[in-house]
Design a protein around this ligand. Structure first.
Ligand code: ATP
Ligand code: MG
Length: 464
């Protein structure tokens, strides 16, 4: 007992009893209770009043300890999903591979997860050791051991304002270290997506990856191929929308994770010609995320794949196709290839297509065309995209400046701009093989541009 106490005080990592948490009070952890969502407090309180254990867990505790307002709150409890569901009016059990309960309060969604236990060691696995389902419940210390990183395995009780730390997470937060819990190879084998999560957290938090956590990644990277594409895509999206997209991509490269695994990344990282455009796109995405503005996955992927589209667009035109149909053919080619590999959802693909299809229209600066374009519900995305093309040097800056003035100008200014506009400059490509004269019927004429009614977009992920 005394030994244990001394060890606890000294924080001796290797000998810590993983079934006994270190408990930190408000003075030790310094969490600002104002950063905790009132709905998260409601959920833990309701569960506790019904006689269950309940804590805020995972990323939210990590962010609270870092003094950052968490973007969402996960709750862990010893109540089963059925028991949780009964306690809340708007609660839904979701997921098969990893059952959780979604509890809704207004717009806020809280994920309530029942403690997972070691019984999961016998959980069904694929031939590479990947866990296919994990719905074995168990005690809290086993739940802690099944989480991915030490900094993601802490529990916060809003009622007592205490933090329970089973794996030295608070020390690792202080030292800014990302450390996997347990034996790294085994943990990556169980779930190869953890390799992508290491990279994302390291870049997002500015933490270093502890050497043993990093070492097996380049060797084990190919295991990601066995993960369902929808899940890899979800993780990629989180990575690209983390506010540190460029840092994440660099980290992926450093960890040896980029090659041959994620087809989109091969395109992005290995074609220097698109680097300037992609860098600008990712910087603008990062800035938007940091400013708390929304980011559209469609815009992001439209940017990442633009140079592929551009190359094919030019090829079709060189073969005699006129600009707008050529662009649709190019978009089809690129989207077909990526939809297969990346599980790009139809809704996102359709946004990408809209953004690309708008581009030649920015070059028509006469008559009613610019006004029609302004009314397009997706105008803003198309216009932001045009700006990127100008900034990257692909298009003449004059075109972007003209549109900026047109967007911001009053009617008189717009009329003046229409009179001063230059002739269309060959649709983005510097060379144009031959012109077939002005195409008056082109506007909105192609069925391929039309929005293929979104699917409503469940991402198809089934948990963690
Ligand atoms: P953020 O939401 O900021 O991206 P997070 O840590 O909250 O980060 P989530 O995906 O929301 O990440 O997961 C919540 C928690 O569930 C994690 O903190 C971790 O404890 C656990 N977890 C998530 N994915 C895994 C995984 N693949 N393996 C083990 N534990 C996981
Ligand atoms: Mg989270």
């Amino acid at each position: 007992m005394i030994k244990k106490f001394i060890r606890k005080i000294l924080g001796v990592k290797d000998q810590r009893d993983p079934t006994e948490p270190v408990v930190l009070g408000p003075d030790q952890h310094g969490i600002d209770p104002k950063l905790v969502s009132p709905n998260a407090i409601r959920v833990t309180q309701t569960l506790q009043e019904a006689g269950f254990k309940a804590f805020v867990v995972g990323g939210a505790v990590r962010d609270l300890l870092l003094g950052v307002k968490p973007k969402d709150f996960d709750i862990a409890t010893d109540a089963t999903p059925e028991e949780v569901k009964r306690l809340f009016r708007r609660a839904f059990i979701i997921g098969r591979r990893f059952q959780i309960v979604h509890v809704m309060f207004g717009q806020e969604l809280l994920e309530v997860t029942t403690f997972r236990g070691n019984g999961s060691n016998n959980a069904p696995k694929d031939e590479h050791g990947r866990v296919l389902r994990d719905n074995n419940f168990g005690p809290q210390h086993e739940d802690a051991a099944r989480r991915d990183f030490t900094i993601n395995a802490m529990y916060y009780d809003p009622a007592t304002q205490s933090v329970l730390d089973y794996h030295g997470g608070t020390e690792d937060i202080r030292a800014k270290v990302l450390r996997i819990i347990g034996q790294p190879e085994a943990r990556y084998r169980e779930d190869p997506v953890r390799m992508l999560r290491v990279v994302r957290f390291a870049a997002k938090l500015g933490f270093t990856i502890e050497p043993e956590t990093r070492a097996p990644i380049p060797v084990m990277a190919p295991l990601i191929n066995n993960v369902p594409t929808a899940r890899v895509f979800d993780e990629m999206l989180k990575l690209l929308m983390s506010g540190q997209a460029m840092a994440c991509l660099n980290e992926l490269r450093a960890a040896g994770l980029h090659h041959g695994l994620l087809p989109l990344l091969d395109v992005v990282l290995e074609q220097p010609i698109s680097m300037k455009f992609v860098t600008l796109a990712l910087e603008s995405t990062d800035n938007r995320v940091k400013a708390g503005k929304g980011v559209s996955p469609g815009f992001l992927f439209a940017s990442l794949l633009w140079h592929q589209v551009l190359e094919k667009w030019n090829a079709y035109r060189a073969a005699g196709e006129s600009p707008i149909p050529a662009l649709h053919l190019a978009a089809d080619d690129v989207l077909d290839a990526q939809t297969e590999n990346l599980a790009l959802q139809r809704r996102i693909a359709s946004d990408m297509r809209d953004i690309w299809a708008m581009q030649p229209r920015f070059e028509r600066r006469t008559g009613k065309s610019p006004f029609k374009l302004l009314e397009n519900p997706r105008f803003r995305a198309g216009y932001d995209f045009l700006e990127l093309r100008c900034q990257s040097g692909e298009l003449d800056a004059e075109l972007g400046a003209w549109w900026k003035a047109f967007v911001e100008g009053d009617n008189a200014e717009r009329e003046r701009l229409l009179n001063t506009a230059r002739e269309p400059a060959a649709g983005g490509a510097k060379k144009r093989p031959h012109r077939r004269g002005p195409r008056k019927t082109g506007e909105g004429g192609s069925g391929a541009v039309a929005n293929e009614a979104g699917t409503g977009g469940a991402t198809g992920t089934d948990g963690k």
